[in-house]
Design a protein around this ligand. Structure first.
Ligand SMILES: O=C(O)CCC(=O)C(=O)O
Length: 298
């Protein structure tokens, strides 16, 4: 399908035509006909619109994209931030380098940097080197995850929060509390906002309740009918909405794989219901210690 840019925007030849092809029924489109190294205001607006609609966009053939261009692209969508601990590209601290031979295999479902008070709104990943086979990445649509829960279960989740923790002993510790169901600030839609890699517990529940609810939400939100799976070619760029998706890099290869990522700074996730600010768990139901993710030490 070839779609023109936003109605009334620049004529063909100036802003050009975008060729858009769905990757799955749940989310994700491949977009061709644009050079991300230098985009116009109209193209930036159209990309944002497409991201809000499809949640993850793939741009193959971006061989020209330099680290400088990558940062400039991200700045079209907001401020960019330096990752708290991942390796950085020399002279471009905003560009995180993810290399398989240095442990850069994000092979558990996660939302980027959800342990921060203001997790990124969007992430932009540039695949530099791909293994000959394998190394795909999957995304899951968290609007669908929320909308397919039963109404009583959704009601139970409203107003609850979850704690997201990063704990690397002797390196860094960060944590943040966010709504379990967040309201997207641009679309107004609700999505599930818990993730296996970072979410430790729901502080308003007992340990057993929290473990059981989170286990169910992890399994529910990771199910294949909410996914797209992308087979990378070198110099494909992905842009995703980090507020309504989670993702996982499949660890099924031995060879070298490298990618570079820039994230766009976010706002504080919000919900449209009270967050039980006065709630105090009784001492004997206080959450401690947790079994889900116990291997991480939280
Ligand atoms: O390497 C990938 O495909 C995904 C990397 C990732 O999980 C991330 O950038 O957060």
């Amino acid at each position: 399908m070839t779609q023109s840019l936003a109605p009334g925007s620049a004529p063909e030849g100036v802003a050009g035509q975008l060729d858009i092809c769905p990757v799955s029924g749940a989310l994700g489109v491949e977009v061709r006909g644009i050079d991300l190294n230098e985009i116009t205001d109209e193209q930036a607006a159209r990309i944002r619109e497409l991201m809000l609609e499809h949640l993850v966009l793939f741009f193959p053939g971006q061989d020209n994209l330099t680290p400088k261009g990558h940062v400039a692209l991200a700045k079209r969508f907001g401020d960019v931030e330096v990752h708290p601990f991942l390796p950085r590209v020399k002279e471009h601290p905003e560009v995180t380098r993810i290399e398989s031979d240095k442990g850069g295999k994000a092979d558990e479902w996660h939302i980027d940097v959800s342990f921060a008070p203001n997790p990124p709104v969007a992430s932009i990943l540039h695949l530099i080197t791909c293994p000959p086979s394998g190394g795909d990445t999957m995304w899951s649509n968290q609007y669908l995850a929320y909308e397919t829960l039963s109404e009583p279960f959704r009601e139970m989740l409203e107003g609850l929060t979850a704690v997201h923790v990063l704990k690397l002993p002797h390196v860094i510790e960060m944590s943040a509390e966010h709504p379990v169901v967040r309201v997207h600030p641009e679309t107004g839609r609700k999505s599930l906002y818990v993730t296996r890699m970072w979410t430790s517990h729901i502080p308003q529940l007992t340990r057993h309740e929290s473990d059981a609810v989170l286990q169910h939400l992890f399994e529910h939100s990771e199910q294949p009918s909410f996914h797209c799976r992308y087979r990378w070619e070198p110099h494909t760029v992905a842009i995703w909405d980090n507020r309504a998706t989670q993702h996982v890099a499949i660890n099924d290869y031995q060879e070298y794989r490298a990618a570079q990522r820039v994230v766009v700074v976010g706002d504080k996730p919000s919900s449209d219901t009270p967050r039980r600010p006065d709630y105090k768990p009784k001492a004997d139901e206080r959450y401690y210690p947790r079994r889900i993710n116990a291997h991480r030490g939280y």
